[in-house]
Design a binder for this molecule. Structure first.
Ligand SMILES: [Zn+2]
Length: 123
């Protein structure tokens, strides 16, 4: 149940950031999840759906995006950003790489998708 920790983090951000205006709108929370996390995007989305029922976040949808991680190769000295799980350097295939593992998850942004379907033109 590793994902519970992440979901609590999302709830904390939502409680802080959600305004009354957002409460009636469709809200999307963009989060970044490391490809090296034990939690998958699907698990996270499903758990969020389940747990948000108990909170007042029924109008909130979770969008899980890959977290880019810095990979440094000790062999060819190149570095790159990866967003997929790799087991070696993408340039020289060496397994002697340094992968930044300190960040596993974070809430990137909260956006309002649409007020309502019957869109009148006028903000
Ligand atoms: Zn390399």
């Amino acid at each position: 149940m590793h994902e519970i920790r992440f979901i609590n983090e999302i709830f904390a951000v939502l409680k802080q950031k959600l305004t009354k205006e957002m409460a009636s709108a469709q809200v999307i929370v963009n989060v970044r999840l490391s490809p090296f996390s034990h939690v998958t995007a699907i698990t996270l989305e499903e758990s969020f759906k389940e747990l948000s029922k108990g909170e007042s976040f029924k109008n909130v949808r979770l969008k899980v995006l890959p977290l880019e991680i810095l990979l440094e190769c000790k062999n060819c000295k190149r570095s790159t950003k990866i967003s997929k799980k790799v087991f070696g350097c993408p340039f020289c295939n060496s397994a002697d790489v340094n992968i930044q593992m300190d960040k596993e998850f974070f809430v990137e942004s909260i956006e309002i998708a649409a007020k309502k379907k019957e869109a009148e033109n006028g903000d």
